[in-house]
Design a protein around this ligand. Sequence first.
Ligand SMILES: *Cc1c(COP(=O)(O)O)cnc(C)c1O
Length: 339
Amino acid sequence: MKAIDLRSDTVTRPTPEMRAAMINAEVGDDVYGEDPTANRLEAFAAELLCKEAAIFVPSGTQSNLLALLSHCERGDEYIVGQQAHTYKYEGGGAAVLGSIQPQPLEYEADGTLDLARVEATIKPDDPHYAKTRLLCLENTQAGKVLPLDFLKAARALCDRTGLGLHLDGARIFNAAVSLDVPVSEISNQFDTVSVCMSKGLGAPVGSVLCGPGDLIGKARRWRKVLGGGMRQAGMLAAAGLYALQNHVSRLREDHDNAHLLAQQLAAVPEVKIDGGAQTNMVFIHVEAEHSPRLNEYLAERDIRVGGYGAMRLVTHLDVEQSDIHRFVSEVGNYFRQAA
Ligand SMILES: *Cc1c(COP(=O)(O)O)cnc(C)c1O
């Protein structure tokens, strides 16, 4: 029986075609700027997102950190969602390594920030305060797609107030595919965008940070400082390039599978669906007494799910429609035998 892993879209394994691209990649020393495949990936990503430049980095965490270090100086602050990856799930890197203070605000139900509150949070130029320098958004945010009108309003706010605007676009392609727009319609609203190729796009490693030449130049310096300068990086960059060229439009299948999953689970009365299925994530919860037992029951059947209180189910490259049917039927079986 095939194992089904719905914990995250990071669990995908490179396809045979992607592995072939990695093995056959032309390489050089990327710290000297001489890796042709890394250079090709950076040029490709920059053009796709309509940015001047891009830099290939080992992880999304490093990519976001480089953006924060490049936009902000010591004693500056960035405004960010309370549940944002760049605030909550990156070990406080901006504060630890950059002396940059986060100013978190609660997300609205749709994953946006209330822009009036953002504006009211910008600190006056006064030595008592950190200097507010940057607004940081996330798209998709917990699987939710930020509306284009909101992005335009955020852009206008940053133009008016002189803030930089960074997007943690770990899953920006899920957002673009869901809206059925070119990814540049989203990326155009931001100064810098970080994109993960190791999520639903299926690469084993790697993110790209895209933005203006001067900021990406600063990021290149910080990448070296953080130990992210890789040598024959082309073998990894080839996977990212392959992912960007071949795995974007198929994200629609993941969204369809997530939709199917939510639809089928709605027929299981013990399962409450918390929303989701806008892209590739479904959030559910079950009564507390069932939560660990259901996870165990599924694990015994080689099915893995993510749970931080509520259960997060993520569809990806290695999940097929038949896996969704088997998952739902095992959840049903669990509740029948528990009754
Ligand atoms: C995964 C993720 C990142 C980056 O994570 P890495 O594991 O460091 O690549 C950043 N932001 C969001 C929203 C993510 O889901």
